[in-house]
Design a protein. Structure first.
Length: 82
């Protein structure tokens, strides 16, 4: 397997990866490897299909009669999970 050194990476990206690693009880390196793999494994066509599916699901959830949760509640829940 190869090695990669990334310079000048945004501090926010590093902090996000550190938080994810801590939450998953893994190393920063393992979390960075997972993020890079996820970002490169899907082909453009697969990404396009996935984006279309997510957009369709978003539209479905916006439909009248579908209960919505305020964003601030979701943010607080996400913070509490860390």
């Amino acid at each position: 397997m190869g090695q990669l050194l990334i310079r000048n990476l945004d501090d926010n990206v590093i902090e996000t990866l550190k938080r994810r690693a801590k939450a998953a009880s893994t190393s920063l390196e393992a979390e960075a490897r997972k993020a890079l793999t996820r970002g490169t494994v899907l082909s453009r066509e697969e990404k396009s299909v996935l984006i279309a599916e997510l957009q369709a699901e978003g539209e479905r959830l916006k439909a009248p009669g579908v209960p919505q949760t305020d964003g601030w509640i979701l943010i607080r829940e996400a913070r509490d999970e860390r």
